[in-house]
Design a protein around this ligand. Structure first.
Ligand SMILES: *[C@@H]1O[C@H](CO)[C@@H](O)[C@H](O)[C@H]1NC(C)=O
Ligand SMILES: *[C@@H]1O[C@H](CO)[C@@H](O)[C@H](O)[C@H]1NC(C)=O
Ligand SMILES: *[C@@H]1O[C@H](CO)[C@@H](O)[C@H](O)[C@H]1NC(C)=O
Ligand SMILES: *[C@@H]1O[C@H](CO)[C@@H](O)[C@H](O)[C@H]1NC(C)=O
Ligand SMILES: *[C@@H]1O[C@H](CO)[C@@H](O)[C@H](O)[C@H]1NC(C)=O
Ligand SMILES: *[C@@H]1O[C@H](CO)[C@@H](O)[C@H](O)[C@H]1NC(C)=O
Ligand SMILES: *[C@@H]1O[C@H](CO)[C@@H](O)[C@H](O)[C@H]1NC(C)=O
Ligand SMILES: *[C@@H]1O[C@H](CO)[C@@H](O)[C@H](O)[C@H]1NC(C)=O
Length: 788
């Protein structure tokens, strides 16, 4: 008992380490950073890019001397989304963290480089998506009344990547805020299972947990804001009409038990597909501040059933079924699942990877891969994995039919040091061979083949021909479910976006750094035109001056010299014309140094909408061009002109931001500072906001977040605290006992984000505390006043 408590205390103390934002500030002797663990991001694959929002990232700093610094959790106040562009390959040598960081988006008003007062970072929850857009739904925001108002029940953010349906002349990729969730649907839910069916323009959120009252829930919860009640609902998002998406909330029948952290997959069976819910638990440890299950016994007895009796929802028939299986993996929470369809649709193989029992985060996690094959409803373990490679809280996708890409996750909290994810933040699995792969290459892919171990159970060959066409042991629990399987899904409805064109370099393009690179190849695309204009003006001025001089000379001097001076003028003109080549070098150098400067940032991110184009790092010639110019054109071609008028669009998005009264379209000048200070009128709070605004935006120079702002960083450095100081331990222990103290919520569900140091007033939402206790945050921004 004692040792368990100590381990837990050590673990908690470790997770509560001081803040050090890898997005913006590094240690003095740090040279690089790697994503160590990434707990429960919300993620979606849109065509050829995976968007990853939120979650808790712990970073592993690489230091000058070749060692690694202690893992740090930085928080994500800027609301940064990472992305993985599937055109990029990686090998074990690749800096995958760099690939994830190279094309960031920010939910903050004003985009990257802005501090974030409006969009708290979420852990858990989902991105509900089709092939064009995704909605941020569910999850646990970081509650922080001092920084921002808590999200409203119906206050949703959507990111539209492409437009579809009726033509929207004002369409621009970007974030839009909607507050038209119907009353019956709340976004205050987490730990649900999510599935997207782009071919049906549908997405779902299955069960999960809400607070007792159905009110707001937070990462740093207390008894009121704790996701402690199982939600017996299936939320459906219908994205048929862009801009008029419909939400609905259907109660689960009593035979379908609600649960936390199930995996929901959509399988192309029947008229509109079916949903299959796998795993999940009741009373998970992460729903308790102490990270101990509220009722471990109940969890142990009820949770295994979620893998044994599989719940299936027929979308077209709006009906739930439960089909028993046997010899499955047992209890699993926070794993991930994908579906692979045999070439002849004779079997649908659902792969479930990783996770753990949801009760004890210190025991080894699972690294095994299981296949639930439908319609035979048989389980096969196709890879046992290793303990060191195991993870939970990750997301997975099938970029190609034969490959599973697994992103993020965390490791068991055993021992006193946090173990990073083995093989980095992204790992690949070959669905056909059932083996792990050590690299991803967009040019290497194949058809999906049913793994041999599965063939052994269901019959047939790699390309299909399964002989088991109904549940092997028991037959159909409900013959109607058999009928659903008799209807085949129209596979033609499913659009695929692979193969992805490969990007030459296996490494992300060099990030602009404070030291100017010598090659001119990395020039931002705007340099050309700007240089042209400047040089043009210079040339013009010279010509005018020369012309005047020439006229004067001509007027004053004797006529016989006209010819020669004409020639001279000519020569001078051609010298001017030739000048750009030689003149360019110094100009280039100065412009290349500027990426870190505020002016440059303004130039590169001129548009308000933190859209793709706006976040393109300046050195991407082609990308900036195509995104800005081609995208609206190409998409418009496919659209009918039954569209929404610009007024309609404005109408629809007029609720962009709470408090906005003018037209719904964002203005470039509006900053998060304004909106937060408008809400919080207490003056110390306002000061803190403006401080943080200045500090973070200056420490956050657009694309290569970590690199720049080194000067600012010194002040941002936390006072390093050994992970397990007796004080920290004691604190953790004492809170263990009196878990309901006001500070109790520091022990958050999952690795906490920044500022969760005991005693830091950032989280302990005390009204008076902001000025009373000297905090990291206070000292952090001391130097920033110079900037304003
Ligand atoms: C990976 O690339 C990112 C972005 O360029 C950089 O910040 C990070 O330090 C790199 N990490 C390693 C281990 O090189
Ligand atoms: C990152 O830093 C560590 C520690 O100095 C070093 O071992 C590693 O090689 C670095 N990685 C890269 C890609 O530079
Ligand atoms: C992926 O990267 C390539 C090369 O940088 C770019 O052309 C393409 O537009 C990117 N895709 C997305 C969806 O951003
Ligand atoms: C769905 O509706 C039920 C019953 O009205 C409600 O209790 C539940 O909280 C709702 N679920 C969500 C996620 O809004
Ligand atoms: C729980 O936290 C919320 C907001 O963080 C706060 O409004 C509420 O008073 C707290 N409740 C208790 C019982 O501490
Ligand atoms: C979990 O939280 C609930 C509510 O706060 C509390 O009643 C229960 O005792 C907690 N369980 C454990 C094991 O800490
Ligand atoms: C599978 O892995 C588990 C845990 O890592 C181990 O106990 C078991 O022996 C392994 N089974 C096989 C067949 O390798
Ligand atoms: C996956 O495994 C199969 C069978 O071993 C192989 O043919 C295929 O090339 C592999 N796919 C990739 C992407 O390596």
């Amino acid at each position: 008992m004692f040792s368990k408590a100590t381990t837990r205390a050590a673990l908690l103390a470790l997770l509560l380490q001081p803040i050090q934002a890898q997005f913006s500030n590094w240690a003095d002797d740090q040279i690089n950073t790697t994503i160590c663990i990434w707990t429960e991001p919300r993620a979606a694959l849109i065509r050829n890019k995976i968007y990853l929002d939120g979650g808790n990232i712990n970073w592993l700093p690489g230091l000058k001397d070749g060692s690694n610094g202690p893992v740090v959790s930085s928080g994500n106040f800027q609301g940064i989304l990472l992305t993985y562009n599937l055109s990029y390959a990686f090998t074990p040598e690749t800096n995958v963290t760099g690939l994830l960081l190279q094309d960031k988006l920010s939910k903050a008003l004003g985009g990257l480089g802005q501090t974030n007062g409006d969009s708290p970072n979420y852990v858990d929850g989902a991105l509900l998506a089709n092939d064009d857009e995704f909605f941020f739904y569910g999850g646990l925001p970081l509650g922080d009344r001092l920084q921002y108002a808590a999200p409203a029940k119906d206050d949703l953010l959507v990111y539209q990547v492409y437009q579809y349906g009726a033509e929207k002349p004002l369409f621009e990729p970007g974030f839009h805020r909607l507050d038209n969730l119907p009353n019956s649907v709340s976004q205050f839910v987490t730990y649900g299972g999510a599935a997207n069916a782009p071919s049906e323009n549908l997405a779902w959120y299955f069960s999960g947990s809400t607070s007792q009252s159905g009110g707001a829930i937070f990462q740093n919860f207390n008894d009121t804001t704790r996701p402690s009640r199982i939600a017996n609902s299936l939320i459906t998002l219908d994205m048929t009409t862009q801009g008029a998406e419909k939400w609905s909330n259907k109660s689960l029948p009593s035979t379908i038990k609600g649960r936390a952290s199930s995996e929901l997959v959509w399988v192309p069976v029947g008229a509109k597909g079916i949903l299959v819910a796998l795993g999940g638990v009741v009373f998970p440890e992460y729903a308790n501040a102490t990270r101990e299950s509220q009722d471990a016994k109940a969890s142990e007895s009820q949770s295994p059933a979620f893998m044994r009796a599989i719940d299936v929802y027929d979308v077209a028939g709006n009906k739930w079924y439960t089909q028993p299986t046997k010899d499955g993996p047992g209890t699993r929470a926070r794993g991930c699942a994908v579906v692979a369809t045999a070439s002849d649709s004779s079997s649908f193989n659902i792969y479930y990877y990783g996770g753990y029992d949801g009760i004890d985060p210190t025991k080894p996690f699972h690294d095994d891969v299981w296949v639930l094959s439908l319609p035979s409803f048989t389980w096969t373990q196709i890879n046992n994995g290793t303990e060191s490679h195991a993870r939970a809280g990750h997301k997975c996708f099938t970029p190609y039919p034969d490959q599973m890409m697994i992103i993020g996750g965390y490791t068991p909290a055993s021992g006193t040091t946090l173990k990073c994810l083995e093989d980095g933040p992204i790992v690949m699995f070959n669905l056909t061979s059932g083996e792990w792969m050590d690299s991803y290459d967009p040019t290497v892919y194949g058809d999906y083949g049913v793994p041999e171990k599965v063939q052994a159970v269901i019959g047939g060959t790699a390309s299909g021909g399964a002989t088991a066409t109904k549940p092997a042991a028991s037959g159909w629990a409900d013959p109607d479910l058999g009928k659903v399987f008799d209807t085949s899904y129209d596979q033609k409805k499913i659009t695929t976006y692979w193969p992805y064109p490969a990007i030459e370099s296996a490494h992300p393009p060099a990030q602009p750094s404070p030291t100017p690179p010598s090659k001119s190849g990395g020039l931002p695309s705007w340099v050309g035109p700007v240089l042209g204009v400047i040089l043009g003006l210079i040339a013009l001025t010279c010509i005018i001056v020369l012309f005047c001089l020439w006229r004067r000379r001509k007027n004053i001097g004797n006529r016989s010299s006209t010819n020669t001076s004409d020639e001279a003028g000519h020569r001078i003109l051609s010298w001017i014309r030739g000048q750009p080549a030689t003149n360019k070098a110094p100009t280039e150098t100065t412009t290349e140094v500027t990426p870190g400067s505020p002016e440059m940032r303004e130039y590169v991110y001129p548009s308000f909408t933190p859209s793709n184009s706006a976040s393109v790092p300046p050195e991407h010639h082609e990308m900036a061009d195509t995104q800005l110019v081609e995208l609206p054109d190409t998409t418009r071609v496919e659209l009918q002109d039954t569209g929404l008028s610009p007024m309609d669009i404005r109408e629809r998005y007029s609720h962009w931001f709470p408090g906005r009264t003018d037209d719904g379209l964002p203005s470039p000048t509006r900053s998060s500072l304004q909106s937060t200070s408008a809400r919080n009128t207490v003056s110390p709070i306002k000061d803190r906001n403006s401080d943080s605004h200045t500090a973070i935006s200056s420490a956050l120079p657009s694309p290569p977040l970590p690199e720049a702002g080194e000067n600012d960083e010194k002040s941002l450095l936390p006072t390093p605290e050994p992970a397990t100081t007796p004080a920290a331990e004691k604190k953790a222990e004492s809170t263990d006992e009196s878990a309901r103290s006001p500070e109790g919520h520091e022990f958050v569900v999952s690795p906490p984000t920044a500022e969760e140091k005991p005693g830091d007033d950032y989280l302990t939402v005390k009204k008076t505390s902001s000025s009373s206790s000297p905090t990291t945050r206070k000292s952090v921004f001391k130097e920033q006043h110079d900037d304003t």
